[in-house]
Ligand binder design. Structure first.
Ligand SMILES: *Cc1c(COP(=O)(O)O)cnc(C)c1O
Length: 355
């Protein structure tokens, strides 16, 4: 730490991203919830047709063409959408803009919420999940700060029904509820429909997971026109050009390929359920995941940390969180069927060697 750092930031604990190893041949990467499927073919076409000389010019700060396509996809007005450099950027903007009365989120959820709260000096209240890691929305009824819910939640994969989201919205119409739908396409219901009824709702989504574009850094927000204006106020006070030209183009192209994205998500769901069946036979237990990952507790014969390390020795990378309540689980990204078969096979070997 230099002597120049603002003292308010001295205790800031940054987010720890999952490992992105380079050049390890044959490594099975099931640790950061990326898609195993290629982006839409339209992405390739757009990139091939792109005139490189255009990189001289700044991208469109209004993201007009991309947002037109996005608004059409979600059947909302264009004034109700904005885009960010990954959904993380929009989540950061939400913490900067809407948390004067503090923020509240589950004790076990996406790690970035805590980091953003710290970064922006927001008072954060952690609301414990129930023992089974589900959310009891009645725990939120007296909370005044902005609520952040990942739906499905991470790293548990558990989805909240729209009736529960509605309950959160009804508890206090003067309190904003931010629903982070990073994994919604793998089995949960989107809250976007509720925007017809509620103006205290902000839905945030990403192209990183079900749309196979983690490397492009593209996220979106959908809300009332006024909330979107507020987010744009922050965006234009920070970096009006946060989304580069190529990402805008490939994001727009991807939205034209809804059927392909749907078929990829369906494959993930099938692979997820097959993996649950196979690993259950080996003694694993799971939360009920509606996401593209599994939150798995190994059988008593092996700790989660040992299982994580053994998988690593076998060139399979999953995520282990050394944190209270969840340190006996691993989070396994669901990949292609063949990848999951290898995971199951190696897991069988690991358990066999213990005997
Ligand atoms: C992956 C993820 C995001 C965001 O990702 P971006 O790549 O920044 O769009 C947001 N929320 C949750 C819960 C996630 O898991």
């Amino acid at each position: 730490m230099s002597r120049f750092l603002n003292h308010k930031l001295q205790d800031l604990e940054p987010y720890t991203p999952g490992e992105q190893p380079k050049g390890i041949d044959g490594l099975l990467k099931l640790n950061t919830n990326e898609s195993p499927f290629a982006p839409s073919v339209h992405v390739r076409h757009v990139l091939n047709a792109f005139n490189k000389d255009d990189l001289r010019l700044y991208p469109d700060p209004t993201c007009n063409d991309f947002l037109t396509a996005l608004a059409n996809t979600f059947d909302v007005k264009q004034t109700q959408v904005t885009a960010g450099n990954g959904s993380d950027e929009l989540l950061a903007f939400a913490f900067a803009a809407f948390c004067e009365n503090g923020a509240a989120f589950a004790d076990i959820t996406y790690g970035f919420y805590k980091v953003f709260a710290q970064l922006y000096g927001v008072n954060a209240q952690k609301v414990p999940l129930k023992d089974d890691f589900s959310i009891d929305v009645s725990d939120y009824k007296d909370i005044k700060g902005t609520i952040f819910v990942a739906n499905p939640n991470a790293p548990t994969g558990i989805a909240l029904g729209l009736n529960d989201i509605k309950e959160l919205l009804c508890q206090d119409e003067n309190r904003l509820v931010v629903v982070d739908e990073a994994y919604v396409d793998f089995g949960a219901e989107s809250a976007v429909l509720l925007l017809k009824e509620f103006d205290n709702l902000l839905v945030i989504g990403t192209f990183s997971k079900s749309r196979s574009l983690a490397g492009a850094r593209l996220g979106y927000a959908i809300a009332s026109q006024h909330i979107i204006e507020d987010l744009n106020k922050i965006k234009y006070s920070f970096n009006p050009y946060s989304i580069n030209k190529l990402s805008l183009l490939i994001g727009e192209a991807t939205l034209k390929d809804g059927d392909y994205l749907k078929s990829c998500a369906e494959k993930i769901i099938v692979a997820r359920e097959n993996t649950v069946r196979a690993l259950s036979q080996l003694g694993f237990t799971f939360t009920d995941s509606s996401a593209n990952f599994l939150f798995a507790q190994p059988p008593a014969a092996i700790s989660a940390q040992d299982y994580y390390e053994k998988l690593r020795q076998n060139n399979i990378l999953v995520r282990y969180f050394d944190a209270p309540r969840i340190n006996n689980y691993v989070r396994i990204t669901v990949g292609k069927a063949s990848a999951m078969e290898r995971l199951v096979e190696v897991t069988g070997q690991i358990l066999g060697e213990l005997q």
